[in-house]
Design a protein around this ligand. Structure first.
Ligand code: GLC
Length: 515
């Protein structure tokens, strides 16, 4: 199975406001059909003030007017289903927006109230409570606590937000929180969606007593240190069991958890038979373009799946990380390597994710003008970190200058760079050597294999700096060359190559499929 992640603001705009929307996805469904993907994971489209672009939800059972309405979503589901594709929604159960009715009620009701008990409010430290309850940092920079003003105007309690202050963490020990999520699950499942990607699936449960993190805990964004009490608490598994019970009432529906947990044994707990159906293992998004590192990343993902007897998942990028073309070196080399890694990803057993724009070989754009940056990280880190706008620039569809057919507006919500004319879907559609053509061909061939989910590959001996492996079902032999020298291609028919071969030799930064 190959699933395509749509970042709705950036995919296609139908209503001409410069921001992508659901009708834009419906209008471009042909692109997904020609790509040959089996379905879509749609980043959040619920009602939201958009501080973290939908990951700050103010009403989890409505569609934000920026993207359309519930009717548009229903039409999108029908459109995808008509082509045999599934739709996976994004759910954000760790936190709400500060504009959620619950948060307004919590502020108004004051300390000790049942309204506050839905979130994580604490008194501050020090005689006047002016120091945060713990030393916890927020993922987006600065402290993970913000002090509120009480209804009587006095300086008051603090609330926890592992992300932006506009994203208060919910209290998952409170039964109302789970009951409400159950309503949300049923709302969308009844509407016909096929499952959920679950945001921050490893962060939902918090320790009973909140204590300072020890010195030296690695707090880099989206990396999990085992001593970091903010993540991966035992109670999180009860939440996933409850979600599973609801989702299992809907045959065929599935959950995909965002689980940034490094140690494979701990990761594997999330995909036990009564918890998440699948979990994202992010090893490949962090691996440099080196044979040994790629093999380690593949092995750790397979190992995690073997422990829990679950299906492995693979992604080269998503809306939170640097696009693969840029990670691997940008320009012709970055593109060649990203193409080679696509053949590695699609040769692996299990479920492969493609982040929108990867099929066009888009780079991350670090030249977004500073006054146009929108990721909360930019302000929260005092402009020390740019944030993730670089990988969210709207897609180029056609034409030689911005907005490249993305919108009828003059400007797009994040400006697009000049020079993407040769990367548009229209240009690449008619070029058999384009990255888009490679994606279409690779996905088509992959679908001709039996489609194994067995978490194993066989590694065969090969040259230094190269990897050679096949799946258990023997579907294909994949070889990648990360060294600086061309090497002989093993015997067999070349089914697909990520770039031109040098006679019978595999050049650097290239991969082949052999049969
Ligand atoms: C997840 C999302 C990310 C979001 C964060 C907070 O990591 O992938 O985009 O900012 O959760 O919801």
């Amino acid at each position: 199975m190959v699933l395509y992640q749509i970042y709705p603001r950036s995919f296609a705009d139908a209503d001409g406001d410069g921001t992508g929307d659901l009708q834009g996805v419906i209008d471009r469904a042909g692109h997904l059909e020609r790509l040959g993907v089996d379905g879509v994971w749609l980043s959040p489209i619920m009602r939201s003030p958009g501080v973290d672009h939908g990951y700050d939800v103010s009403d989890p059972r409505d569609v934000d007017p920026l993207f359309g309405d519930v009717g548009t979503l229903r039409r999108l589901v029908e459109r995808l289903h008509a082509s045999g594709m599934v739709l996976i929604m994004d759910l954000v159960p760790n936190h709400t927006s500060i504009e959620h009715a619950w948060f307004a009620a919590a502020l108004a009701a004051g300390p000790g109230s049942p309204e506050r008990a839905r979130y994580i409010f604490r008194d501050g430290r020090g005689a006047d409570g002016s120091a945060p309850p713990t030393n916890w940092p927020s993922v987006f920079g600065g402290p993970a606590w913000t002090r509120v003003t009480e209804p009587d105007g006095s300086a008051g309690q603090w609330y926890l937000h592992l992300f932006a202050p506009e994203q208060p963490d919910l209290n998952w020990s409170n039964g109302e929180v789970a009951d409400d999520l159950e309503r949300t699950l049923r709302f969308w499942l009844d509407l016909g969606v096929d499952g959920f990607r679950i945001d921050v699936a490893h962060g939902l449960a918090k320790p009973e007593t909140l204590e300072d993190l020890p010195e030296g805990v690695e707090i880099a964004q989206l990396v999990v240190d085992e001593r970091d009490a903010r993540w991966d608490r035992p109670g999180v598994h009860d939440v996933h069991r409850r979600i599973r019970r609801v989702v299992d009432e809907y045959p065929g529906a599935a959950t995909f958890g965002e689980v940034w947990v490094g140690p494979v044994e701990r990761f594997a707990r999330y995909v036990r038979p009564d918890e998440l159906h699948f979990a994202f293992h992010f090893a490949l998004t962090g691996a440099p373009f080196e044979a040994a590192a790629i093999r380690d990343a593949v092995e750790s993902t397979l190992e995690a799946s073997r422990i829990a007897d679950s299906t492995p998942t693979w992604a080269l990028s998503n809306h939170d990380v640097v696009r693969e073309v840029t990670r691997y070196g940008n320009g012709a080399i970055g593109t060649a390597r990203a193409r080679a890694m696509l053949l590695v990803e699609l040769a692996l057993p299990g479920i492969a994710f493609v982040y929108n724009g990867a099929e066009l070989g888009l780079p991350s754009d670090f030249r977004v003008p500073r006054d146009r940056l929108t990721d909360p990280t930019w302000e929260r880190t005092g402009h020390a970190e740019l944030g993730r706008d670089h990988c969210r620039v709207p897609l180029p569809w056609a034409g030689s200058a911005p907005p490249y057919g993305f919108t009828t507006a003059e400007d797009t919500w994040l400006p697009q760079p000049r020079g993407w004319g040769r990367l548009t879907a229209r240009e690449q559609s008619v070029d058999p050597d384009s990255t888009l053509s490679l994606y279409r061909e690779a996905i088509r061939i992959r679908h001709s294999w039996p489609g194994t989910t067995v978490p194993a590959v066989t590694w065969l001996d090969t040259f230094d700096g190269c990897l050679l492996f096949c799946r258990e079902d023997g579907g294909v032999l994949c070889m990648i060359n990360t060294s600086r020298h061309a090497v002989p291609v093993p015997d067999g028919d070349v089914v697909l190559a990520s770039g031109p071969l040098d006679g019978t030799r595999l050049p650097p930064d290239t991969a082949v499929w052999l049969q």
